[in-house]
Design a protein around this ligand. Structure first.
Ligand code: MN
Ligand code: MN
Length: 265
């Protein structure tokens, strides 16, 4: 069984708020009768996805108690032997999520789709900023391997950070260098919707043209080795969306991630 959990937190965003409304928007798209419950592989996924509701965060900037609450909520699902799909929220949620996975999985490969590396040592004095979750997760030993795909905003500082932590970073330009056969499971997949091109996913706070196509992202999900033990879909900002199209992108990603979890557990 797969747990779907919402994390309505956007206080750690550096530019705009709005992603706190993301979980509700993705759930609405998931339950729309415009599509059925099958993934592209014809696996009927939704009966295996159990919505456990939202984490009751206070949504305060830099809040370690919100982070602890997220870690505890994910840990509860992992203790019940669930695979977990989390809906953001801004990308700051991934650090406390990964702390829960660290406590269960001895080794973990994290595949991170994003326009941004999110490994600032410090941005605006907020250690829990959505620009830093992977720096915090690396410091805390939350993963054995980090592979970043679709990056197109790496600053010299972030390149240094990537080198320091031995991160494999494939920019959007270098996507063809990604070799999923070199990865080993268990795998955690973190998808920042701004990794996609804004023409696919306009409902994000940071438009960064030159991103992945939806088909490229779906092919990446399909190529990952199993087991896929957890995933998140973050940074949907419904205030910026057009005709709910990015919410539907998020919903489709949930279905395809669930199928990958069910087929390769
Ligand atoms: Mn991000
Ligand atoms: Mn991003």
């Amino acid at each position: 069984m797969i747990s779907l959990i919402g994390i309505p937190l956007d206080a750690n965003s550096s530019h705009l708020v709005g992603p706190a409304k993301g979980p509700a928007a993705i759930r609405a798209a998931l339950s729309s009768d415009s599509h059925n419950d099958s993934a592209e592989s014809s696996v009927v996924v939704m009966p295996s996805v159990h919505d456990v509701g939202d984490v009751n965060v206070a949504n305060e900037k830099g809040s370690f108690s919100d982070a602890d609450l997220i870690t505890a909520s994910i840990a509860e699902q992992l203790a019940a032997a669930r695979q977990v799909i989390s809906l953001g929220g801004d990308h700051s949620v991934t650090y406390p999520i990964l702390r829960a996975f660290r406590d269960v999985y001895e080794s973990l490969t994290v595949v991170h789709i994003d326009a941004h590396p999110d490994i600032y040592d410090d941005l605006d004095g907020n250690p829990l900023s959505h620009a830093s979750p992977f720096a915090r997760a690396l410091e805390d030993g939350c993963m054995t391997t980090l592979v970043q795909l679709g990056i197109r905003t790496a600053t010299p500082h972030q390149l240094e950070q990537a080198e320091r932590w031995n991160v494999t970073m494939h920019s959007a330009r270098q996507l063809n260098r990604f070799d999923p056969s070199a990865l080993s499971g268990p795998v955690y997949l973190s998808i920042d919707l701004d990794g996609l091109d804004p023409s696919v996913a306009p409902g994000v706070s940071h438009h960064e043209p030159g991103g992945l196509t939806m088909r490229e992202l779906l092919d990446i999900i399909e190529s990952l080795p199993g087991p896929l033990v957890g995933a998140d879909v973050v940074e949907l900002n419904p205030d910026r969306d057009l005709i709910e199209m990015t919410a539907m992108v998020g919903a489709k990603l949930v279905k395809e991630i669930a199928a990958a979890m069910l087929l390769r557990r």
